[in-house]
Design a protein around this ligand. Structure first.
Ligand code: HEC
Length: 169
């Protein structure tokens, strides 16, 4: 038990002080010109979230993601370094495309960085962007790496690099 606690403490310390440069991530002004991985507005319910309308955008490099065969023969997807995925959330359909919506953001760093290279951010209207250091986001996003109840459900149950939506073209 003590060693588990020690590992947890170390990993929390590590993740809260090793990514200073990511703290400066800013949302690019032109992100709404990026391609959408899903064309329609998503409005099915996600457990633990209120009703919301969601639109995603991803930068060009995200769409260069490929499926690769793992050593055990299973397929997996590893997102390229520099991938940025921005998800806008609205409480009301009529607010869609309004200025300064709530955004959740995932940014892929280098191989070997903590949390499989992902940094998670949140931006609330009128507030600065915040890096999410807790396991709140990853705790749910790890479900994307197996069959899950959302979107296309990852029916083959392949490792999706923590993304619910596929970027493999
Ligand atoms: C309870 C589960 C849950 C939690 C917690 C959660 N997400 Fe998600 N997220 C989803 C689902 C499901 C999708 C798929 C698209 C949709 O239905 O909105 C998604 C999609 C996304 C996407 C688009 C890429 C993808 O995975 O398809 C981003 C970016 C994202 N979430 C960021 C975050 C961030 C940042 C946090 C923490 C602040 C977070 N999410 C917390 C469930 C969750």
């Amino acid at each position: 038990m003590r060693s588990i606690l020690a590992i947890l403490t170390i990993s929390i310390l590590f993740s809260s002080c090793s990514k200073d440069k990511d703290r400066n991530f800013t949302i690019p002004k032109d992100y709404r010109s990026w391609e959408k991985p899903v064309k329609k507005v998503l409005d099915y319910q996600i457990t633990g979230h209120g009703n919301s309308f969601r639109i995603m955008y991803a930068n060009e490099i995200s769409y260069t993601a490929k499926r690769i065969k793992a050593k055990n023969g299973n397929w997996k997807v590893i997102m390229p370094e520099g991938s940025v995925i921005i998800k806008e959330m609205y409480n009301k359909r009529k607010d869609i495309n309004k200025k300064d919506p709530t955004c959740t953001i995932m940014v892929k760093g280098k191989k070997g960085d903590p949390d499989f290279g992902w940094s998670y951010y949140m931006k609330k209207p009128g507030n600065k962007i915040m890096k999410v250091e807790s396991k709140m986001c990853i705790g749910c996003h790890e479900a994307a790496n197996e069959r899950h109840p959302y979107f296309d459900k990852n029916k083959e149950g392949i490792f999706r690099d923590f993304l619910f939506v596929s970027f493999v073209r």
